[in-house]
Design a protein around this ligand. Structure first.
Ligand code: C2E
Ligand code: MG
Ligand code: MG
Ligand code: MG
Length: 292
């Protein structure tokens, strides 16, 4: 192998790699202890029934604000938390907090709500997910059917028997299982028949152009038909415009989620906008709550 040829490439890569590595290192350092320092918080984004546009539940999303780094996107720190083995503690914290919030909302507003929680494959691989979900639900007296776990197709690639049996255990207990970012992974569709998923979350990349690109419309239509034929509920994420919502409704997507309805909100704002003054069938009693 020619050394001189490799050298140019090497120099080119070191710069980019140094920046990325330095950034990674900073996140890695600050991530340790961040949970104990109370730097994480949760936000909630509504999931609406397509028909009637009433509230079905919410997806909980983690936020991190660090004194040195400022706000860091979960897309940047979740992969690092996974690599350094911090994701299980973090994921357990999310589960605990989100379920406690759900319990408080269900009691206060006396209505069923679905809390959808993102779970990392690591939480399955280390065997912590089933006992944690069981403990949290029991402690809080929550019905398993009020909780949904979102996993990506990555979990299913080379999934061990343990992962598959944990999915079955959760499903049998009544916990809803959603396949997140559906359509972006590499796994084949046939596996879906054998897995206990209740919900397909069509990735936002298909949703964004749906009102303009006929291919995306055809793709989503196919995903809806496939999901429905397997008895699954189909949700579209990343809905930003009324046109997109309309197209998705015409394609018979069951539930909608995205900035068109709301950005993810802190618990207090979510409650004010989506829970206070709304009856069990989702009708808004007091219109003034929509004023911010
Ligand atoms: P995700 O689970 O697919 O979550 C949806 C992401 O899309 C969220 O980004 C949400 O804020 C964003 N989003 C929602 N509606 C719209 C829209 O209409 N348009 C656009 N452009 N974006 C929209 P966020 O909060 O930055 O989270 C990014 C990813 O980080 C999540 O993707 C999920 O994979 C991961 N994540 C977030 N919270 C957690 C968590 O508690 N645990 C784990 N393991 N992963 C998490
Ligand atoms: Mg998700
Ligand atoms: Mg998603
Ligand atoms: Mg995503």
């Amino acid at each position: 192998r020619s050394k001189s040829r490799g050298r140019k490439g090497y120099q080119f890569f070191t710069r980019a790699m140094n920046d990325a590595a330095a950034e990674r290192l900073k996140i890695d350092q600050q991530l340790r202890g961040a949970l104990e320092r109370g730097e994480f918080s949760l936000v909630y984004q509504p999931i609406m029934h397509t028909r009637g546009r009433t509230l079905k539940g919410m997806e909980v999303l983690i936020r991190w604000t660090n004194p040195e780094l400022g706000r860091i996107s979960p897309m940047d720190f979740i992969p690092i938390a996974e690599q350094i083995g911090a994701i299980t503690d973090l994921g357990n914290w999310v589960l605990q907090e989100a379920c406690a919030q759900l319990q408080s909302w269900q009691r206060q507003y006396n209505r069923p709500l679905l809390m959808s929680i993102n779970v990392s494959p690591r939480q399955f691989h280390d065997g912590s997910i089933v006992p944690k979900v069981k403990t949290v639900l029991t402690q809080l007296g929550l019905k398993p059917t009020s909780v949904q776990l979102e996993v990506t197709e990555g979990l299913l690639i080379n999934a061990s028997d343990r992962v598959l049996s944990d999915l079955d255990t959760l499903k049998l207990a009544g916990v809803h299982l959603a396949l997140d970012d559906f359509g972006t992974g590499y796994s084949s569709l046939s596996y879906l028949r054998h897995l206990p998923f209740d919900v397909l979350k069509v990735d936002q990349s298909f949703v964004h152009e749906i009102a303009r690109k006929s291919q995306d419309e055809a793709m989503v239509g196919a995903m809806v038909r496939m999901g429905h034929s397997l008895g699954m509920t189909v949700v579209a994420e990343g809905v930003e415009t009324p046109e997109q919502a309309y197209s998705l409704e015409a394609l018979r997507v069951d539930d909608l989620q995205g900035f068109y309805f709301s950005q993810p909100l802190c618990a207090r704002d979510f409650e004010r906008r989506f829970l206070a003054g709304i009856t069990i069938d989702g009708q808004v009693l007091d219109e003034s709550i929509w004023d911010r």
